[in-house]
Every structure is written in C-alpha cells, then in structure tokens.
Ligand binder design. Structure first.
Ligand SMILES: [Ca+2]
Ligand SMILES: [Ca+2]
Ligand SMILES: [Ca+2]
Ligand SMILES: [Ca+2]
Length: 508
C-alpha cells in the first residue's frame, strides 16, 4: 500500500504552525458581508437552515501514475486542503468537489503513488456568485492546457514557478502570480522545452532521472522548502543515486539548485498588484491568559459576558479621518470617494454589532481551525499615499463576542472606544495583517489607552503617520508584530493565514 510508505509532506512548516484541519484556502472573499454573516451564524449555532452553497467540480488526469494514486491539494502558500484528498481512477483521472463559496487561485495539485509525486497547478476556480446558480464543472486542461496530464512537464512548470520564491529577483510567491500569468508562464516553459533551450533542459534531465525507477525512495521534490533549503530533498534519493549524471553518487543538491536557478531565470514572470484595493486580514486571539503591552494579563471578561453559543464578530467602518476626494474631479487619487467609503464601511458592518462573523474553522482566511485565533480577510479600498507621514486609508473597528444580531452590552471588548488601523503596507507583501488580542486596552484603542507611561503610553493614541507629534505616546495603528514567546517583547510578524494579495493582469 502506498499509504504505508514513509512519504515526505509536500511542504514543511515550523513546528508552531503545523496546520491540520484547514478547509479553505487562497481566498479572496469579495462582497462577503452577507454570506459571511449567514455562514457564520450557521456554523456558530447549527440551527438555521441555509441554502447549500453548491459545488465546483474540478477534474484532472495523471496518466503516468494511472489508477490508485493519491491526489492532494495545497494553497499557493503551502497549506494543505485536508478535506480535498481523493484518489485517481482509470487512466489516472480524478474529480474533486470544491466548496463553491470560496475562490481558489494557484492551487498545487500533487498526485503521488509510492515513491513518485507529480505536481500541477490549478490557476483559478471562481466561487459561485450566488447559491442559486448551477454547479460548475472545470477541467484542469481548460484552465492551463499544459496541465491537462499531470506528469514530468507539469511538475517542471510548477517547480519553476514555485522556485520564483527563492530564486526570483525580486522573490515572487506563487500566491502573488495572477492566473493569467500562470497560463502564460506554462506556455513559455513548454516553448523552452520544445526548442531545447539550454537554460531549462538540464533541469528537465534531472527530473527525468529523478522519475526513473529506483532513483528515489520517497517523493523527493519539496514545493515549499524552509528558508535556505533546496527544492530537492536529498535524503529521499536511493543509495548511490546520481541525479546530475557525473558518475558519482550525489552528496549535495548544489547541481540541482543551479539547474533550477537557471530555469527560473529563463522564465520571466510579471506580477502586478491591484492599485486601488488591498487584502486586509484581521486576526483576534481570544485565548485565556494573553498578556497586554504592559505585560499584564488581559481580562477577557471585563466587559464581555461569558455565555454559551457565542462566537467572534468584528464591527467597524472606515475611519472619518480617511482622506476623501472633493468630488470635483480630484486627480491626486490619494483619496476615496464617498460611495467607496460607504461600501467599505458596510463590509465591516458599519458599526452594527454582531453582524460580520469571524472564522476559527480554517475557512475565510483563517489559518488554523480551533486555535481560538479568529480571522476575517476583507478586500478594502486602498491607495498608495506615497510616504510614511502621508494619510492613508484609515479603519476603525473592534471585536465583539456575541450571538448573531445581539446588541452591544455584554458582547463588546469595551464600551465607547474603537481600535484604529491605517492601511499602510509596511513589509510590502500587499496584505495588511493586523493581529490583536481580545480586550487588549494597550495597543490601538483610541481614546482611553491603558499603555502605561513607563511603557511609553500617553493615555490615548496617535496615528503612526503623524509621528512624531509627541516623544512618548502610543503609535500602534499599523500592521503589527506580535509576541509569540511570552516575554512581552514583540518578536514575530504574524502570518496572514491563507489570504492572498490581490493581483491583476499586467497591462502592456
Ligand atoms: Ca552525481
Ligand atoms: Ca483560527
Ligand atoms: Ca503587509
Ligand atoms: Ca517575544
């Protein structure tokens, strides 16, 4: 049985981020206000009947492995979609049902049997816009012709695109590549192979030897290696294997790495991001015993009532200090018009509490199900204000722990105050990632901020872009670092879950 072979996972995570029950995926949830509320309510209470979202059916083939191979799916950031495993039938064909409420971009498909694993890429499966439209049937061949039959060349193409994360200049994550560009790149790789291009042929010859019977003891390619590691796991090579064909058993991956680097350089990939929208990922940690920025334990139940059947919601709007266009043909584009401002505010419930559900079930951008870190990924309007001291799109929000549709009392983090956030992308990943701890009154709480003076507090908060109005005050209005080891020192950038940046086709 192939399942008993000690096979390597497609990807490796640091121990603290092993993900077990992730359902969905590389999303961009667009216009998800209503669906999110219905779905959240449904999962929270399990009582209300809602129309099923229906399904998208994705089909593919791996004739090289035939029937009985395992088919697994991974987001472009390497999170396995555990519920989507299947097996191939006759001639290596397979079909999988995808939840139609979620759009998927750039999924990696792995088809494996014993010591062999082939990869392909699913460029785009769009969520159904309504639960009432019929189920959709999508063939991998229709999305990307080169992925019609998963095998050596689809693996080569996938490897080259994944290799952009390490060898690209600048590095490009698979998640950032638009579906159109995937289609174009696959054709480019195919063309290079067909013309015998010397920048790609050596890598292809490596793969030919890799897939020759007896070369590996387990699948040896790694789609998402940890920083600095090779895409080839040399430990999976059979004793005496000679991938680089120099007559000597391979002692390291250097030759393979060079071949991959050359292939990556031969395939140009353009990535263009939306200029007027950005993915914003709100995460709130509702665990017991969290510490605030004074290094004191947070009392989750100071204002919030502990009752059965509650779940996490976010509530807010765009902040009134967001630059608004004057309506007279403003040409700076560093402002939002009123309609855009209002629509975005609705995505946050426009200050109606317990309406916009957050997720802790591995869906809608949530990285880990059941870890009490609740997530919501939104697509919010955006502009590049150009300077750290300029005014960016500003958001006000807070979290509520409540029943769907409940009023404020007993469900909000605290009364009166709001959290504030300015949509400046500090690390340039085109995602605003904000990780909060529920009821923490020392971070971005606006009016009565409890960060103590000895820790730099001034009793309220100022926008980071206004710095330095005062030497000592709370400037914590941006995507943030968190303390992961409990020493009260910020040490890590939170991962944005399974959300992706918003990419658009690159114009000429
Ligand atoms: Ca060798
Ligand atoms: Ca979670
Ligand atoms: Ca960012
Ligand atoms: Ca720390």
């Amino acid at each position: 049985m192939h399942s008993s072979v000690h096979r390597k996972p497609l990807c490796r995570f640091p121990v603290n981020s092993v993900m077990t029950t992730v359902l969905a995926a590389s999303l961009l949830i667009t216009g998800c206000g209503i669906d999110a509320a219905v779905f959240g309510h449904f999962t929270a209470t399990d009582q209300r009947e809602v129309p099923g979202a229906g399904a998208n059916y994705l089909s593919g083939q791996c004739s090289a492995l035939g029937a009985g191979a395992t088919v697994r799916f991974f987001t472009p950031s390497g999170v396995e979609l555990n519920d989507l495993q299947t097996a191939t039938g006759p001639d290596g064909t397979f079909q999988i049902m995808l939840p139609a409420s979620t759009s998927f971009n750039n999924l990696i498909v792995e088809v494996s049997l014993d010591n062999i694993a082939y990869w392909g890429i699913v460029s785009e499966v769009r969520a159904k816009s309504s639960v009432f439209i019929p189920d959709q049937y999508i063939a991998m061949a229709d999305l990307v012709p080169e992925m019609a039959d998963i095998g050596l060349d689809s693996t080569l193409t996938s490897l080259v695109l994944l290799g952009k994360a390490t060898y690209g200049l600048p590095p490009i994550q698979l998640a950032s590549i638009s579906p159109d560009t995937i289609v174009e790149s696959a054709a480019v790789v195919n063309g290079l192979i067909a013309s015998g291009d010397e920048r790609i042929i050596p890598l292809r010859e490596y793969l030919e030897r890799l897939y020759t019977n007896g070369t590996t003891t387990a699948p040896a390619l790694v789609a998402f290696p940890n920083d600095g590691n090779s895409y080839l796991d040399i430990d999976q090579l059979a004793q005496g294997a000679d991938l680089d064909n120099d007559g000597v058993a391979d002692a390291n991956t250097d030759a393979f790495d060079s071949a991959l680097r050359a292939a990556v350089e031969a395939v140009e990939v353009n990535v263009c991001f939306a200029a007027d929208r950005i993915t914003v990922v709100f995460m709130v940690d509702f665990s017991d015993g969290n510490q605030d920025r004074n290094c004191a334990e947070i009392d989750r139940w100071k204002w919030t009532k502990d009752e059965e059947g509650k779940q996490m919601y976010i509530v807010g709007s765009l902040h009134e200090e967001t630059p608004l266009c004057d309506g007279n043909g403003d040409t700076t584009s560093k402002c939002l018009d009123e309609a855009t401002f209002d629509a975005a505010s609705q995505l946050l419930g426009n200050w109606q509490p317990n309406l916009i559900a957050m997720y802790d079930d591995g869906s809608n951008g949530d990285a880990v199900a059941g870890d009490n870190v609740w997530t919501l990924a939104l697509e919010l309007p955006w502009f590049d204000a150009g300077a750290e001291t300029a005014s960016w799109v500003r958001v006000s929000y807070k979290y509520t722990w409540g029943q769907g549709g409940a009023l404020w009392t007993g469900s909000e983090e605290w009364p009166g105050n709001r959290r504030i956030l300015e949509l400046q992308d500090i690390d340039g990943d085109r995602i605003i990632t904000r990780y909060d701890r529920y009821a923490d009154e020392t971070t971005n709480k606006d009016v009565q901020n409890l960060l103590s003076p000895v820790n730099g507090g001034c009793g309220s908060i100022l926008w980071n872009s206004e710095e330095p109005l005062k030497d000592t005050c709370v400037y914590d209005t941006l995507e943030n670092y968190i303390d992961t080891d409990g020493d009260c020192e910020l040490d890590s950038k939170p991962t944005p879950g399974t959300a992706s940046p918003i990419t658009v086709p690159c114009s000429e």
